[in-house]
Design a protein around this ligand. Structure first.
Ligand SMILES: [Zn+2]
Length: 303
């Protein structure tokens, strides 16, 4: 069933788990993510990112929002678990207007690269404009670093030598939350969009999450974490326990498919190969496996 993200997150706070927020830029990913959530019986947020939109970069070759949105809606409505349709990292107002017209009920309005005061002013205005329409809003404070495996427009690789420079400050988080009144505040606490630097293990700042949660006294403002791919299992569970209730996850699940397809091609070398089988069977199975692994982890401390 299609539900609003805000309603889902209340249950996540009450029962101490995080809801997976997974990108579904094509049919195989959409099928895999919804089926994974149904098999585990958990709610799910399906994302379309502006960075994934072909309008933003025709060379990137993925489906435009207006093409995938009707499919996302059909899959959400017929799902046996609660599903929210969410826009990931909307970077301009024209895109958010298109998203609302396309049926998205939840939008991440990302102004995190701007100075704090500007981020607050623009995010507050966005909340004031769309809250009366019933749109749930996610904002971000503390610009997260990027290290994407492929060229995603607007997410060029960051300097990853010292992740602490990207951490969200609790006093700034408090100010951002109080002044913008967003529904979800995504914070930077040691994760990286895409992949960690080769050979580097994740080092999530669990105490910082606790400090931010304590500083943000409004219980209707939920904490989000992006860039969960490659993060150590125990750290993810500790982050959920410390207050993170929405987790974005995509790169690890998406990149695993490549290896499975390579193996399949090697195994059947010399024979004609159907693209439809590679996409709808090999890719689907691998994506579902990756989604289930992540969603199980996010639900591990549910009570
Ligand atoms: Zn993100």
């Amino acid at each position: 069933m299609l539900v609003n993200m805000k309603e889902m997150l209340k249950d996540a706070e009450l029962h101490n788990y995080a809801i997976g927020s997974l990108n579904t830029p094509n049919l195989e990913t959409l099928r895999a993510v919804i089926d994974a959530a149904e098999e585990l019986g958990c709610p799910i947020i399906i994302n379309h990112a502006q960075g994934h939109d072909s309008i933003c970069d025709p060379e990137y070759g993925v489906v435009a929002m207006e093409d995938i949105a009707p499919l996302m809606k059909v899959f959400a409505e017929r799902a046996k678990v609660p599903v929210a349709m969410h826009i990931d990292h909307a970077l301009d107002d024209a895109f958010t207007r298109r998203a609302i017209r396309a049926g998205f009920t939840s939008i991440m309005y990302d102004r995190s690269t701007l100075p704090l005061e500007q981020n607050i002013a623009l995010t507050k205005k966005f909340v004031d404009d769309v809250a009366p329409l019933g749109i749930t809003v996610e904002g971000e404070i503390g610009a997260m670093p990027n290290n994407m495996p492929t060229c995603v427009p607007g997410q060029e690789a960051s300097d990853l030598s010292d992740l602490s420079v990207y951490y969200t400050k609790p006093e700034e988080a408090k100010k951002f939350a109080e002044e913008t009144n967003v529904d979800v505040m995504t914070v930077s606490i040691g994760t990286v969009h895409g992949m960690y630097m080769a050979g580097v293990k994740s080092d999530l700042q669990i105490d910082l999450i606790k400090d931010i949660r304590a500083a943000v006294t409004n219980e209707n403002i939920h904490l989000g974490m992006h860039g969960c791919s490659g993060t150590e299992h125990d750290q993810v569970v500790a982050a959920v326990n410390a207050g993170i209730k929405k987790i974005n996850y995509f790169t690890a699940m998406d990149t695993c498919v490549t290896e499975a397809i390579k193996d399949f091609i090697k195994e059947h070398e010399g024979r004609p190969m159907n693209y439809s089988v590679l996409a709808s069977k090999i890719a689907y199975e691998e994506l579902k496996k990756g989604a289930k692994k992540a969603l199980s982890m996010f639900m591990e401390c549910k009570r």
